[in-house]
Design a protein around this ligand. Structure first.
Ligand SMILES: C[S@@+](CC[C@H](N)C(=O)[O-])C[C@H]1O[C@@H](n2cnc3c(N)ncnc32)[C@H](O)[C@@H]1O
Length: 260
């Protein structure tokens, strides 16, 4: 793999540290107890890093999201790891009855409200629900919906890279949260099929995890999804014009759950 490409990430790490260092330090000085709560510190860092990257990443992903989301999202949409809620901007409000943002980092919640409202999804009208849970908290999620199988469309955009026990969590979300006949839509950076690129992804992952709240660069998420036997149909495709030598090699997909 080209040496320059394998070290492209250094600039991003540097920019992320610059964006998060001072606000995180101030938060630690104000509340030193955070020193014994590394997970909370990680979320503070992520909130500041995501402020830096959210719009640029959304711009870059727009052609794929425009193909994936407006045509395929309907009914109750559960957005796993909603971030700033940018998925809401791609939803057709005549087809989507409720946008549910699953976002454990509560520092992101004010942004979700602002973004979702731009497309008419608000808590006041009952068309927006923010759940402060991780995707792995399946029983809390089903309780929030008042029972299992309440979601028509499950969406994950660059989030399955961060959730713990991803295969188990994904299976539980599809089995217990998604309705029979419901749809899973995803757009994720995944483990490259090229061994030289994959080696660099594994090399950088321990650094990236700290900056991006647990985000791993080395997960074959698209293969896990393709191999689940829950689907009646499914397809996976790549990002147009993406070079093979890319540390954040991306795959998008749509899978429809068996209607039993
Ligand atoms: C890279 S951001 C993507 C945000 C958004 N999906 C987007 O594309 O704009 C990953 C998001 O996953 C969230 N996240 C981290 N751990 C999670 C978990 N266990 N369950 C659900 N979301 C999680 C992070 O807080 C963050 O908002």
């Amino acid at each position: 793999m080209n040496f320059t490409v394998s070290f492209d990430i250094v600039g991003q790490v540097k920019a992320a540290i610059q964006a998060a260092f001072l606000p995180t330090l101030i938060a630690l000085l104000r509340n030193p107890i955070l020193l014994i709560r590394p997970h909370e510190v990680s979320r503070i860092i992520m909130a500041h890093v995501w402020r830096l990257y959210a719009n640029g990443i959304d711009d870059n992903a727009r052609p794929t999201k425009e193909k994936l989301l407006p045509a395929n999202c309907y009914g109750v949409v559960l957005d796993i790891g909603a971030g700033h809620g940018q998925t809401a901007l791609y939803l057709d409000p005549t087809k989507v009855t409720k946008y549910v943002a699953l976002e454990p980092n509560t520092l992101m919640h004010p942004k979700i409200r602002i973004t979702a409202a731009k497309n008419g999804f608000t808590e006041e009208t009952g068309t927006l629900l923010i759940l402060p849970y991780g995707a792995e908290k399946i029983s809390l999620i089903t309780s929030a919906f008042g029972g299992a199988h309440a979601v028509d469309t499950l969406v994950s955009i660059f989030s399955l890279c961060s959730i713990p026990d991803p295969e188990q969590t994904l299976t539980a979300l599809v089995n217990d949260v998604l309705k029979p006949g419901g749809t899973l839509l995803f757009y994720e950076h995944v483990l490259s099929p090229r061994e030289d690129v994959a080696r660099w992804q594994r090399f950088w992952t321990p650094v990236w995890i700290y900056i991006m709240d647990g985000c791993r660069m080395d997960r074959p998420t698209h293969l896990w999804i393709e191999n689940m036997d829950a689907w009646a149909e499914g397809s996976v495709w790549g990002k147009d014009d993406e070079p093979e030598e890319h540390l954040f090699w991306r795959r998008a997909g749509r899978s429809v759950k068996k209607d039993d």
